[in-house]
Design a protein around this ligand. Structure first.
Ligand code: KG4
Ligand code: ZN
Length: 358
């Protein structure tokens, strides 16, 4: 079985081809640089850029794979959640191919793409505990199969990646902020600034990053004579220390709630063995290291996709599509893209589970 996957839900135009032997045959990602000057993704510019590049990306992916379009058995596209203008471009391209080639179409939830990516590259078995940390989402979930998720916790405000991006913006480190903060943090003292660990007493697995972001802002402002963030002058070392302290605070907030989630996961699914991290923030080496330690302490096996498969890519959509195709889970060609699409919408709502943000 061979599946083509298309990703266009944010600022990456990407396509990939995988087979059921877990081989990546073609993999092409174009990160739109058009947004850098705006310090964030501009939806209209993203949609136009997807339209401009999708054909070339598909052509290049087939070239890498040495295959013709008619050689694939199914076409998957990220059909949400995400920026609707971009999602429509990828979904329409996939549907057009399916119509022309008479192949089945698979509408993949972008978050399911992130969630299952580690199963392509590591031995990860259902059910597993997942920390999903991206630019738009931050959730702790139990993954039981394609379309079968149980959410234990979520952020009540910013996503983890969003917090990295906002703090990077305050420090003039550019967009996207995560990789720059990680790089600066390597030079910094993670114990220099004391930052809050939000929602520690909430008793659930929910997370919050907006107070942390405000605390960082106050530190930066304290370095300006007039107390305004625009006039602050931080030395390279101060900046590195803020980055390291912030990265540690985000990581430890995540670990604290994960420990609670591990307890719930264990009591519900004693056969579960795996702890997985996914999404753009999973590219962070410091976070990966701390998660590895946590898994060892808890007697779980830690897995993460290779770093290049953490941020948005076509491989994760192709693989999530493959898992669905192997079960015959196809969609009609009139499937409507979904800008909002919670992963756990089919799960019965458990008492005490996070239910704040879709
Ligand atoms: O999954 P992704 O590519 O797009 C979404 O679906 O949102 O995630 C992008 C997010 C951005 O917020 C970016 O700053 C963050 O992932 N990110 C990182 C790192 N690389 C990307 N955050 C922390 N450390 C990194 N190395
Ligand atoms: Zn993503």
């Amino acid at each position: 079985m061979i599946v083509l996957g298309i990703e266009s839900s944010c600022d990456e135009t990407a396509a990939a081809i995988v087979n059921d032997k877990r081989e990546i045959l073609g993999d092409c990602v174009l990160t739109q640089l058009e947004h850098k000057i705006y310090g964030g993704v501009v939806p209209e510019i993203a949609a136009r850029a997807h339209l401009d590049h999708i054909e070339d990306i598909l052509e290049e992916t087939f070239k890498q794979a040495g295959l013709r379009p008619q050689d694939v058995d199914a076409v998957a596209a990220a059909a949400g959640p995400g920026l609707i203008g971009g999602v429509v471009v990828g979904v329409m391209a996939a549907k057009a191919l399916c119509l022309a080639l008479n192949k089945p179409f698979i509408a993949v939830n972008h978050l399911e793409g992130h969630a299952l990516a580690a199963r392509l590259t590591s031995e990860v078995n259902y059910p597993y505990l997942l920390l999903l940390v991206s630019g738009g989402h931050c959730q702790i979930l139990i993954v039981k199969g394609s379309g079968d998720f149980e959410r234990l916790g979520t952020t009540i405000d910013d996503a983890a990646g969003e917090a990295f991006d906002k703090v990077a913006k305050m420090l003039n480190l550019g967009y996207p902020g995560g990789p720059m903060i990680e790089k600066m943090a390597e030079l910094g003292d993670e114990n220099r600034f004391v930052l809050p660990r939000p929602l520690q007493n909430s008793g659930d697995c929910n997370l919050s990053f907006s107070g942390l972001k405000t605390a960082v802002r106050k530190i930066i402002e304290s370095y300006a004579a007039d107390g305004s963030i625009e006039h602050t002058i931080l030395s390279k070392q101060d900046t590195a220390d803020v980055c390291a302290s912030f990265q540690k605070a985000v990581t430890e907030s995540l670990l604290y709630k994960l420990k609670k989630a591990i307890f719930i996961f264990r009591s519900k699914y004693p056969q579960g063995r795996d702890l997985v991290v996914a999404g753009g923030v999973a590219a962070n080496t410091y976070l990966r290291g701390r998660l590895q330690q946590l898994a060892e302490t808890e007697g779980l096996i830690f897995s993460a996709p290779p770093i290049r498969l953490c941020t948005d890519n076509g491989v994760m959509i192709a693989w999530a599509g493959m898992e669905r195709a192997l079960k015959g889970m196809y969609n009609d060609l009139d499937f409507k893209p979904r800008p909002r699409w919670p992963l756990d919408e089919n799960a019965p709502k458990a008492a005490g589970a996070g239910g704040v943000k879709a």
